[in-house]
Design a protein around this ligand. Structure first.
Ligand SMILES: [Zn+2]
Length: 409
């Protein structure tokens, strides 16, 4: 069900130092249907390592991808505010890199919402995604999808049958892929000579600045930064030519890569390399310091919550994101602390969170059983959540934001 890598997935170096260890944890997206399922629950090691050679921060314990992604519960279009983000993203790529009739391929195209913008603008599109249940939704949108994991073989096959892609998009998937060499080979084979490969991923810098350790879960195999990615792409004749950092879900990277020498190199590439060096991301000591801050934050959160419970306060969770499950499991926050967690996404309602078994409820239930405090597990949607819950706050309800030093508002 899982394997332990002994070599770095970018440089194949073997000098790897463990700096964060969360013990054995369940898969963060494996919600349970009933208490009968609790005893069958599977746990896998969850620890993050630093590569001394290329400096990639990564998991070495890799749960089989079929186990994690073939029946995936994440629907892109279910996430609030994401549609506008994708529209702007699509317009940027179209206006700078595409002309009529070009092919756009998306790796892990999910329910097809991003490709739909390209399709509506008249471009040829093709999605690649292994989750058959999610691809059914894409079918309804009319977005054609290959139901499979992207690989060198799939990249070559698409190039043969559809021609080369002028743009290849990969949102929040590169960090989920174990075989980075196979991915880069597939991109190199499928990408047109003057094409662009755009990847979006959480930025490791965010974990250092905001202590977002809850982004560590089994699906996130790598914690990406520009310096290791440059090493990866250079191995396969590719070159990063522009870097943008967006604040859409925490701090996320948008990296533009092409065949070597085909695009002018924007100064942003060096700017983020310099930022990473200034934060000491090339030194193992920086990662050990990060781990010490994570432990301190865990203790602070546990103390805050248990003091509230002792004083008779009711607490519930807000959101049931994968990252929330890392935090609940790592901090051992169970049903003795949280009565339930409110989740807006219907596919995640009326279930139990992995590991801690907190019931997930809809907003109708939550508003009939309001707690004194909500622990905001979906902290990356802080702003829309606070806007939506103004009445609760005006009536004295409070939110605990468990990142950036823990705030109570
Ligand atoms: Zn390495």
């Amino acid at each position: 069900m899982y394997k332990h890598n002994i070599r770095c997935r970018i440089c194949k170096g073997e000098k790897l130092a463990k700096f964060l260890d969360f013990g054995n944890q369940p898969l963060a997206n494996s919600f349970l249907k009933s208490p009968n399922d609790f005893k069958e629950e599977k746990f896998y090691p969850l620890a993050v390592y630093f590569c001394h050679s290329c400096n990639l921060a990564q998991l070495l314990d890799v749960v089989s991808k079929e186990e994690m992604f073939s029946d995936y519960i994440y629907f892109t279009s279910g996430m609030p505010k994401i549609s506008n983000h994708f529209r702007l993203y699509a317009e940027d790529v179209m206006s700078r890199f595409l002309k009529a009739g070009d092919l756009v391929v998306e790796i892990a195209s999910n329910d097809g919402i991003l490709l739909k913008f390209f399709q509506d603008a008249g471009f040829r599109t093709l999605g690649v995604d292994p989750a058959a249940n999610v691809v059914k939704i894409a079918d309804k949108l009319g977005v054609q999808t290959v139901v499979d994991f992207f690989s060198e073989q799939i990249g070559k096959q698409i190039a043969r049958t559809e021609g080369k892609a002028k743009a290849i998009l990969a949102n929040n998937v590169v960090a989920h892929i174990d075989d980075h060499h196979d991915l880069a080979k597939g991109v190199a084979a499928l990408l047109a000579e003057d094409g662009v490969f755009v990847l979006e991923a959480p930025y490791l810098v965010d974990m250092f600045e905001n202590l977002t350790y809850d982004t560590v879960y089994h699906e996130h195999l790598s914690f990406l930064a520009i310096r290791p990615l440059k090493i990866l792409f250079e191995k396969f004749g590719l070159e990063i030519f522009e870097v943008q950092v967006n604040e859409v879900q925490g701090r996320s990277l948008r990296v533009f890569t092409g065949h070597k020498g085909r695009h002018g190199i924007n100064p942003s590439v060096q700017k983020y390399v310099d930022l990473e060096l200034s934060l000491g991301l090339d030194k193992v000591k920086s990662y050990q310091n990060l781990a010490e801050r994570v432990v301190a934050q865990k203790q602070q959160l546990i103390k805050l919550l248990s003091d509230l419970v002792k004083s008779g306060k009711k607490i519930a969770g807000y959101g049931a994101p994968a990252k929330g499950n890392t935090m609940l499991n790592y901090c051992n926050i169970g049903t003795d602390i949280l009565d339930y967690t409110l989740e807006d996404l219907p596919v995640k309602q009326n279930l139990f969170t992995p590991g801690m078994h907190i019931p997930t409820v809809d907003s109708v239930y939550a508003h009939a059983h309001l707690p004194d405090y909500f622990l905001m597990l979906a902290w990356n949607y802080e702003k829309p959540i606070l806007e939506k819950e103004q009445a609760y706050m005006q009536n004295g309800g409070k939110f605990i934001i468990p990142v950036e030093g823990i705030r109570v508002i």
